[in-house]
Design a protein around this ligand. Structure first.
Ligand SMILES: [Zn+2]
Length: 103
């Protein structure tokens, strides 16, 4: 994500993404601004639950990599996919909620 050049939807200015993190009441928002018109672009919003799940899924990934038994590996992998989807849903939901709260 770093050093990626994007163009602003609002003013078409091209710029390099410099993500910033905003923390409030356990919620972390990563975003960047257009240097020209200051338009804000949200990248990701996480809360405690999401971060805990993200940590758990990373550990699960390591477990899968280490697992030799194909049956167990398969089972762990389907759990991994399920968890991943759940995190994605939570992130989307929180992002939506966050945007609404700010008006
Ligand atoms: Zn702009």
């Amino acid at each position: 994500m770093n050093n990626r050049v994007v163009s602003c939807d609002k003013c078409n200015q091209e710029f390099q993404i410099k993500p910033k993190t905003f923390k409030k009441k356990g919620i972390e928002e990563t975003y960047f601004n257009c240097p020209e018109c200051k338009e804000k672009y949200g990248v990701i919003v996480t809360d405690k639950t999401i971060r805990r799940k993200q940590k758990a899924i990373k550990e699960l990934q390591i477990k899968i990599d280490k697992q030799k038994d194909p049956e167990i590996k398969k089972r762990l992998f389907s759990q991994f996919q399920k968890d991943k989807k759940e995190i994605e849903t939570l992130v989307l939901f929180l992002k939506e909620k966050f945007r609404k709260n700010k008006g």
